[in-house]
Design a protein around this ligand. Structure first.
Ligand SMILES: NC(=O)c1ccc[n+]([C@@H]2O[C@H](COP(=O)([O-])OP(=O)(O)OC[C@H]3O[C@@H](n4cnc5c(N)ncnc54)[C@H](O)[C@@H]3O)[C@@H](O)[C@H]2O)c1
Length: 434
């Protein structure tokens, strides 16, 4: 099939690359010229495991092309997938301005037979709203399919190639059938729904996962004061098939480009319809508190952070991504520096993006060893696998004080025992002082 994808961010690029991998002819379109120029040279604008090699092979096979020209990209497109950003607006609602612009842009080139698919995360009613914009501009009826995306950054290619399910929401059976055909080579379960339910499925899923994280974090906080260990608790709870083990890792809260904004957007939708979704307010409040925990623990330990050198391991909002959007590291870096601490941070891939967000309020190290040298404390902020495999016994010897605040419960007691002399504070687990 001939497919055009608007937006070459995490979702649009992964979708475009994977659809070409399963044999479709894909044109990826973006308004960002630099991104398109890089992509034409086989350079991915984002870090995603496996993405660049698929990019290269499908470009070589001439199934994947990039352009900033809608005329070129939409020429003959049977399916137009919109995957532009829907960031948080000032009032918590999803900002639909990119989507509205994309709708107006494509109306000039859309054919009566083409199907328009919205993959961006959008509030209930948006597909219908966008349909009215396009129809008003192009002057004939168009077919819409809501196809929310569930990929996780850090495993975007794998998630796109092997999704748990594909949601197709449409009020037009023929349109939904065509999109089902597009996805057939993936051999994934496909769930058909009406267009509004499809939109709601995305928000209901993300809000549930965010709430599960806040729930285990609140249990972790309780574990600390009653003398229980949240890891044992989560293990025991998660083995119950009705609950499941995923998203029961206590830590310093969720971040990223989706959970924070999607929870707030769902809350906004509820308030528009006078529904008091108070549980979501708590999910957000717990998460805000959780992101402050490492700093609170450091203040409790040191009293005053003025002049303390803090090594920060991890900047991205989660491992295997360079995305800094809503990363807990941002709040932590701001709080520490406002209290007069000197922060030296290391991240395997997110330093360039972190510099755009944090500028020079912190120093960026080129290795863990550089970051940790002469540090008064170490904070583990992102659970990169390479951090868990470090030789902490020799690392802590490079510090002024062997004090570790682990925001992701990365280290085990055995690793700490090997350090000889260490103080270790984590989330919902007993303090270890050796
Ligand atoms: N990132 C994720 O993990 C994820 C997962 C599931 C769903 N989503 C949703 O998917 C959507 C996209 O998210 P993302 O993280 O890929 O966004 P992103 O910000 O990484 O990328 C959006 C891209 O769209 C481009 N763009 C904006 N307006 C355009 C236009 N008129 N025409 C063509 N391109 C245009 C931008 O230049 C940018 O490259 C959002 O609604 C998001 O909530 C994201």
């Amino acid at each position: 099939m001939k497919i055009a994808v608007l937006g070459t961010g995490y979702v649009g690029l992964s979708t475009g690359v994977c659809l070409s991998e399963i044999g479709h002819h894909v044109y990826c379109i973006d308004i960002n010229e630099q991104k398109i120029n890089n992509l034409r040279n086989g350079i991915s604008p984002i870090y995603e495991p496996g993405l660049e090699s698929l990019l290269a092979s499908n470009m070589t096979a001439q199934r994947l092309q990039f352009t900033t020209s809608l005329e070129e990209g939409l020429n003959d497109a049977e399916i137009i997938i919109i995957a532009v950003g829907t960031p948080q607006g000032d009032d918590g609602a999803a900002d639909l301005s990119y989507l509205e612009q994309a709708a107006k842009d494509i109306s000039k080139y859309v054919a009566a037979s083409s199907i328009i698919v919205i993959k961006s995360t959008v509030p209930v009613g948006t597909n219908e709203y966008i349909q009215t914009i396009i129809e008003a501009e192009c002057g004939f009826p168009v077919q819409m399919v809501s196809n929310p995306e569930f990929l996780r950054q850090g495993s975007a290619v794998q998630d796109t190639m092997k999704p748990d399910r594909i949601i197709l929401g449409s009020n037009d059976k023929t349109a939904a059938e065509k999109i089902r055909e597009m996805y057939l080579p993936l051999n994934a379960p496909i769930i058909l729904a009406d267009i509004r339910s499809a939109e709601m499925i995305k928000y209901a899923s993300n809000a549930f996962l965010a709430t599960k994280i806040s729930y285990i974090n609140e249990i972790a906080n309780l574990c600390e004061v009653v003398g229980a260990n949240v890891e044992d608790v989560a293990n025991g709870v998660g083995k119950d098939k009705r609950i499941g083990e995923a998203f029961l890792q206590a830590g310093i809260g969720y971040g990223g480009s989706c959970f924070p904004k999607d929870v707030k957007a769902l809350l906004h939708t509820a308030s528009l319809y006078q529904v008091d979704f108070s549980m979501l307010k708590e999910t957000i409040a717990i998460n805000d508190n959780q992101q402050k925990l490492l700093v609170k623990k450091a203040v409790k330990r040191f009293g005053d952070l003025q002049g303390k050198k803090i090594a920060m391991l991890g900047l991205s909002f989660k491992p295997e991504t360079d995305d800094m959007r809503e990363a807990p590291s941002i709040k932590i870096a701001h709080s520490l520096t406002q209290m007069g601490a000197e922060v030296v941070a290391y991240d395997p891939v997110a330093i360039n993006n972190a510099k755009q967000v944090l500028g020079d309020i912190i120093t960026y190290a080129s290795s863990v060893y550089d970051a940790i040298s002469q540090a008064d404390a170490l904070m583990i902020v992102t659970e990169w696998k390479e951090f868990t495999q470090l030789d902490f016994a020799s690392l802590v010897k490079k510090m002024n004080h062997p004090i570790i605040f682990d925001g992701r419960n990365c280290l085990e007691e055995e690793q700490l025992k090997a350090c000889g002399n260490v103080e270790y504070y984590s989330i919902g687990r007993p303090v270890i002082i050796i």
